[in-house]
Design a protein around this ligand. Structure first.
Ligand code: 5GP
Ligand code: ZN
Length: 145
C-alpha cells in the first residue's frame, strides 16, 4: 500500500519511527502501540499507516483493511493478561467527540472491573421520542445513501 504522511502529524511521526512508541503489532497497513496515557493497563491504539483524519476520511478498501485487523489485535491484548475481563473498542471522531489527535485511531481499552479508569455513558432518552421523532431521524439518515 502507498502511504501518505502528514509532516505535522504526531502519529505519522510514530509510524515513520521519528518518535518512539511501544509497538505491539505492525504490518504493511497498520501499527498498534501503547497509548501513552494507559487509561487501563494495555490501552492500545491501532492506526492506519496512511494519514486519514477520521472515520469520514476512509475509503472502503482502507476501512476493510484496517478494521479487519482489530479482532486479531484485540485478542492478543486480551490474551496478554489473565485479569482482562472485557474490552471497550472506541473510535473518536471530531473534537466534540473527544478526538485530540487528528490521525484516525482505534482505542483498544482492556477492562478489569466495571469501575476501573474507563467509563462510557449512554443516556436513555427514549422517553423524549415518539414514533414521529424516530421516523424523522431515520428518514434523514436513509436519504443520505
Ligand atoms: P483521542 O483523544 O484523539 O481519541 O486519542 C488520542 C490518544 O493519543 C490519547 O489517548 C493520548 O493519550 C494518545 N497520545 C497522544 N500523544 C501520544 C504519543 O506521543 N504517543 C502515544 N503512544 N500516545 C499518544
Ligand atoms: Zn498522520
Amino acid at each position: 500500500m502507498i502511504h501518505n504522511y502528514d509532516d505535522n502529524c504526531i502519529f505519522c511521526k510514530i509510524i515513520k519511527g521519528e518518535i518512539p512508541s511501544y509497538t505491539v503489532y505492525e504490518d504493511d497497513d497498520v501499527k498498534a502501540f501503547l497509548d501513552i496515557s494507559q487509561g487501563t493497563p494495555g490501552h492500545t491504539l491501532v492506526v492506519p499507516k496512511t494519514h486519514v483524519k477520521d472515520i469520514f476520511d476512509y475509503d472502503a478498501d482502507l476501512a476493510a483493511t484496517v478494521f479487519a485487523k482489530i479482532p486479531l489485535i484485540a485478542r492478543a491484548v486480551k490474551a496478554s493478561n489473565p485479569d482482562i475481563k472485557g474490552m471497550n473498542i472506541v473510535n473518536n471522531n471530531g473534537e466534540v467527540a473527544y478526538q485530540s489527535v487528528f490521525h484516525s485511531h482505534i482505542h483498544i481499552v482492556p477492562r478489569y472491573t466495571s469501575n476501573d479508569d474507563f467509563a462510557m455513558i449512554f443516556k436513555d432518552n427514549s422517553k423524549n421520542y415518539d414514533e414521529a421523532a424516530y421516523t424523522k431521524i431515520q428518514d434523514a439518515i436513509k436519504a443520505q445513501f
